[in-house]
Ligand binder design. Structure first.
Ligand code: CP
Length: 309
């Protein structure tokens, strides 16, 4: 199966076979990043614009590295240093960028659905680099790649996602991605951070971290997103850490080959202790490395070949 899409807006719209194509393509691109000269001419002459309305370290840098390793020209626009601060709308900004004929616009925006709106209005391919509390599809794809690298398969793995599920676009994209690929997904966190209708997404909700640690093949810890909470949903970070934080003591009942994942940035000592984040089961930095390969694959699949639509 080929990947015939104009845009990458979310995992919800992808078929398992399309996800497989992205992962397989990412595998083939990994090797380029290990060469002394980390560059191939695949996207020479193509233009990628990174339009970020929210802060980012991993996503923005890895998109830029991915594009540059494929020889595309890249341009970065931040909300704080552009005419966005003068009140220009997203659509006007995008239309003005489009007048300069980019091939891809990578968008991170605080509003859910912003990349979808943009994709309908511009000719360039749009990649969702995180839209509000909705989706972060490239994060889920790099997480799948990391699980597959370490476990050989995604199907049949038990993956526990722990934390602020309600405010997490990473959780939403990973729930779609993991269930589509045949994993068993368990989610847990404070009741105030668990959406009501999660079971409709095919996941199981748990209340006690200690109950799921022994059966998990993968434990994915999420950051408490204080910036997205309209009100305080926790008694205290200390209490949260005690009940839902992962430390060496709680991890002592885990499987010997458990994987510890976190999308970053980490609140060290809140959702995860430094010794676990930096410990032998952690693949957190492998996730970051895989982010480059996955984003290279997506750029290649979207603008490197023939397209139907
Ligand atoms: N995981 C992730 O999206 O990190 P950044 O916010 O640093 O891009």
């Amino acid at each position: 199966m080929q990947f015939r899409k104009k845009d990458l807006l979310g995992i919800k719209q992808l078929e398992p076979e399309e996800i497989e194509v992205v992962l397989e393509t990412a595998e083939t691109f990994k090797e380029i990043s290990t060469r002394p000269i980390k560059k191939v001419p695949t996207l020479r002459g193509r233009t990628v614009v990174h339009l970020f309305y929210e802060p980012s370290t991993r996503t923005r840098t890895s998109f830029e590295i991915a594009a540059k390793r494929l020889s595309a020209d890249t341009f970065n626009i931040s909300a704080s240093t552009s005419s966005i601060v003068k009140g220009e709308t997203l659509l006007d900004t995008a239309k003005n960028l489009e007048a300069m004929n980019p091939d891809v616009i990578v968008l991170r925006h605080s509003a859910a659905g912003a990349p979808h709106m943009l994709a309908r209005r511009v000719e360039a391919s749009v990649i969702n680099a995180g839209d509000g509390m909705h989706e972060h599809p490239t994060q889920a794809l790099l997480d799948l790649l990391t699980i597959r690298d370490n476990k050989g398969t995604i199907s049949g793995q038990t993956v526990a996602i722990i934390g602020d599920i309600a405010h997490s676009r990473v959780a939403r994209s990973n729930i779609w991605a993991l269930t589509k690929m045949g994993a068993r997904v368990l989610v847990g966190g404070p009741n105030t951070m668990i959406p009501q209708d999660l079971d409709k997404l095919g996941v199981e909700v748990f209340n006690h971290l200690e109950d799921v640690i022994p059966e998990a093949d993968v434990i994915m810890m999420l950051r408490i997103q204080l910036e997205r909470q309209g009100k305080m949903l926790l008694p205290s970070l200390r209490e949260y850490s005690k009940v839902f934080g992962l430390n060496e003591e709680k991890l002592s009942t885990a499987k010997p080959d458990v994987l510890i994942m976190h999308p970053g940035p980490i609140n060290r000592g809140v959702e995860i202790s430094p010794s676990v984040a930096d410990g032998p089961y952690s693949v957190i930095l492998d996730q970051v490395t895989n982010g480059v390969a996955v984003r290279m694959a997506l750029l290649y699949l979207l603008i490197g070949g023939e397209k139907d639509d």
